[in-house]
Design a protein around this ligand. Structure first.
Ligand code: MN
Ligand code: MN
Length: 315
């Protein structure tokens, strides 16, 4: 086996030059096969408040130029132990949600056909549904940790079943999730009513609120999650609004009282060694971002997710 083709060498090509692939990684068409592919889904037709996440993939890539190849927190050089590539964007219909979901599911299935694991950058959270459909095709119902200010298990908006507030109710209904091991992390903010929480519990979700992360601390939260996940195939879905607006202002439905980027990264690092089969980072809306705060947070979260998947491949 040949060594993986790595990112552009920053001692030869400055970080501010060259194509904006994620972390300056090679494109999918430059390699024979990939262990992990970063793929963008520039889609935001499912949003309920501020639009603009269709520009998220390009913004996260631009904010990823400073990522370096060695991860000291996890003691891993993810691009050396796995072939990681940028697979570009999935071109979706911006006018018709159901056909967009079909396109995402088909493209994700094709990319994953030879065992490539996907890190998807969004895009609004609607896209988690077709990504989970593709993951479940391959692995059966998957465990999930869902990092988000919101539950995203509502039923419909304006009578529409496929929106960024409903993907996980649909996923449970479609049997895509292993309901013995699904949890939200970072939940906070006002709800429509207590019924929202009752429904969510009925679907099988555990909840680690944003206040729990603060009061219990990262280690206790991680221990609880690991306990529940065990060796199951697990999908990690990260809505960037899990972070406090101070750490991620550039998003569609911000809520006060969120995690710091340090807390989120530490919880993710605590999941090292689990069987991570896929992940997404969604809801980055650059028009509301300042100084790349949100883009940089999303790029680092994506890098940590790649590191977790590279470690999964080891064993
Ligand atoms: Mn959210
Ligand atoms: Mn969400």
């Amino acid at each position: 086996m040949t060594a993986p083709l790595g990112p552009l060498d920053s001692s030869l090509t400055p970080r501010f030059a060259g194509p904006a692939t994620f972390a300056r990684l090679p494109r999918l068409d430059q390699v024979e096969s990939a262990d992990i592919a970063v793929v963008g889904v520039p889609f935001d037709t499912g949003v309920s408040y501020r639009p603009g996440a269709r520009f998220g993939p390009a913004h996260i890539r631009e904010s990823s130029r400073l990522l370096r190849p060695y991860h000291p927190g996890l003691d891993v050089a993810p691009f050396e132990i796995a072939q990681v590539v940028d697979a570009g964007d999935i071109a979706v219909n911006p006018y018709h949600i159901p056909s967009a979901l079909e396109t995402v599911q088909e493209a994700a299935s094709d990319l994953a056909a030879s065992g490539t694991r996907l890190l998807t950058i969004g895009g609004d959270h609607t896209i988690a549904l077709p990504l989970l459909r593709a993951a479940a095709e391959r692995h059966g119902p998957v465990a999930m940790v869902h990092f988000d200010a919101h539950l995203d298990t509502w039923d419909t908006y304006f009578g529409e079943p496929y929106t960024h507030g409903t993907p996980f109710r649909r996923a449970v209904e479609e049997g895509l999730l292993d309901t013995e091991a699904i949890s939200h992390v970072g939940t906070r903010g006002p709800l429509y009513g207590k019924r929202d929480l009752e429904d969510d519990r009925r679907f099988g979700f555990g909840i680690v609120t944003s206040a729990d992360v603060y009061r219990k601390g990262v280690d206790e939260v991680v221990a609880g999650l690991r306990d529940r996940l065990g060796a199951r195939p697990v999908y990690l879905s990260i809505d960037i609004d899990v972070l406090d607006p101070a750490h991620a202002p550039g998003t569609g439905t911000p809520e006060a009282g969120g995690l710091t980027s340090r807390e989120l990264l530490e919880v993710l690092r605590g999941l090292a060694g689990l069987n991570v089969v896929g992940a997404d980072v969604v809801e980055v809306a650059p028009a509301y971002d300042h100084a790349e705060i949100t883009g940089i947070a999303a790029a680092h979260v994506a890098y940590d997710l790649i590191a977790l998947m590279a470690l999964t491949g080891q064993g």
